[in-house]
Every structure is written in C-alpha cells, then in structure tokens.
Design a protein around this ligand. Structure first.
Ligand code: GLU
Length: 306
C-alpha cells in the first residue's frame, strides 16, 4: 500500500512537472520530462469549497466585487506548485487553492474569480490602486509593506534559501556566496537580504523567478535566491539539473494582501483561512500541490490579527 501511494505521488509530481514545464521556456530539460503523466489517479485530490451565500460585510472592496459579480485576485504565474498558469491559462498551486477557499467564503465560486498576474515589484502599487481585490502570491508580511497594504494571515511560513545547479558543490549556504553571482527578484525580501554586504555576493535583479532559473541553467549566475517553497518547485521540475541547498536564512510568513484600510475584509479573510485550516481543506490542498514538490507539511502558523 505504501509503495502504491508513493508511486501515485511520483506520477502526480510528473504530471505537475509536465504542465509546469509547458511554458517554462526551457528547451534544455528534455531529460527531466516524465514519459507518462496519466498514471497519477491515486494521487492526493484537491478539495472543493462550498461557496457562501448572502455574504454581508462592511467592506468597500467586497461591496465593489459583489456588484461586479466577480473578485479580482492577484497571483504569480511562474511558480510551480504555488502559483502557476499553464499554456491553457489554467492556474494551479497552493496559493491558487488558498485564493479559492477564501473567495468561496466571501461568496465567489471559482468561475467568479478573475486571476491577474502581478509580479513582486508591483504588488504594493497594484493593491493600493485597487486593481486587485486580494493578492495571494508568496507575499511576505512585514512592517514596511504594512505601511502600504493590509495583510490577513500568515497562512504559511517559508524561508529564503538557495537554488544551485545539481553538480555545484561550492555553494553550500548563504555564507559561501563571497564573489558569487546570485539572481533574485526586484521587490522581493530575499533580494534585499542577499544584498547585505556580509554575504559579499554580486546580484542580478530580474522581474520573474523563471528568468532567474533560466540564467542558472545557462550558467550565467551561480545561484537563485528566494523562498525555499518556491525553489523546491523549480528543483522538482528539473531534478537532474537543479537542487535546493536546504539552509533557510530568513523567515517569510505569507499573507494575503489587500487594501490597507479595509479592516472588515482583513478580518473576514483571516476567518476564512482559520475555517479552512480547521476543516481540513488547507492540509488537503497542501498535499495536492506544494506537498508534491518535496516540502514537508508543517502545521500552519498562528494567525496574526491586527
Ligand atoms: N516571499 C518573498 C517576498 O514576498 C519572496 C517571494 C516573492 O517575491 O513573492 O518578497
């Protein structure tokens, strides 16, 4: 039974990797592509979420969404197992599930969610201009960002780590980066961290994580830094070419971003996260997404309401 389960999980990873590489723009990974992605039928299944009716909250954002008949949610599109959009424009991953469970509690079914891709460097402006109602995309809660946006959560705790080529034995952790070139993303906390003089690293700063991964595969940079949860997804996609070093050096608590002053919405989203953690949806969603990339499940962090 145990064997059968792990075979099913392996097949699910293969299936996910196949869709996830479909628009990765990487032509050099033929060796990592699974030969048969159709055998994952016993793999963990995604939950479905009951859509709440007659939701009434004193939230300007929610009222606007209700009259539009849809909720606009910002997300990433190039983070396999977290926030990914395939060539058929289908979104998948743990963050997408978090978005769906919260939207359901606010009264919006999956076909009433309009996902918009919003990369790290434009999150605060996009949220504060009201171009998205919610944002679910590996978004670290911190005091600096709280000056511009509101956060519900945290719903997950990640930590910055390093992605390197499989055959690299020189980069063993953040203290081995002197003189090395590290790629990361504009507007992200791991980039801010790695620029500190104590690491002695040179940085390449791009807009999309997938571009950093491509530079690593092309030998143009020595490492990519961001959250371990994101990096594990890329390593799972190309297990013969990439590995995660495995020494997290920051704490990255993920929150759901929204308008800074909409406290009613913040409370409602925290309630939704809490309810789905309690009823088992959270764990089920995790097992069917992030869990497939080699991240071990840990209990969600305590919510911080303010
Ligand atoms: N969690 C980090 C951040 O919010 C890195 C991941 C990302 O860029 O989304 O900056």
């Amino acid at each position: 039974m145990k064997l059968r389960k792990s075979a099913a999980v392996a097949a699910a990873i293969a299936a996910f990797a196949l869709t996830a590489t479909a628009c990765g723009g990487d032509s050099g990974n033929a060796g990592d592509k699974p030969s048969d992605a159709s055998t994952g039928k016993d793999a963990p299944k995604l939950p479905t979420y009951t859509v709440a009716k007659d939701v009434s909250i004193d939230s300007p954002t929610l009222k606007k969404a209700q009259s539009a008949g849809k909720i606009v949610i910002g997300a990433k599109n190039d983070q396999p197992f977290l926030g990914f959009e395939d060539t058929d424009r289908k979104r998948s991953g743990f963050d997408i599930e978090i978005a769906k469970m919260v939207a359901a509690d606010l009264g919006f079914g999956p076909d009433q969610i309009q996902f918009e891709t919003v990369d790290s460097n434009v999150r605060e402006t996009t949220i504060s201009k009201g171009e998205v109602d919610l944002y679910v995309g590996t978004y670290t809660i911190n005091d600096e960002r709280k000056k511009q946006v509101g956060f519900a959560g945290p719903y997950f705790l990640a930590g910055a780590d390093l992605l390197v080529r499989k055959d690299d034995s020189a980069v063993t952790g953040p203290d081995s980066l002197k003189g090395k070139t590290v790629c990361s993303i504009k507007g992200s906390t791991p980039l801010q961290e790695i620029k500190k003089p104590k690491y002695g690293a040179k940085t390449v700063e791009l807009s999309k994580y997938s571009e950093c991964v491509q530079q690593l595969l092309n030998n143009e940079v020595d490492a990519v830094t961001t959250d371990d949860a994101i990096l594990k997804g890329y390593a799972a996609q190309r297990p013969t070419k990439l590995k995660v070093v495995g020494k997290p050096f920051t704490e990255e608590p993920y929150g759901i971003g929204m308008n800074k002053d909409d406290k009613a919405l913040r409370d409602a989203v925290s309630d939704a996260i809490e309810a789905h953690e309690k009823n088992g949806d959270y764990k089920k969603a995790y097992d069917a997404t992030l869990g497939l990339s080699g991240s071990t499940y840990t209990e969600p962090p305590a919510l911080e309401r303010y």
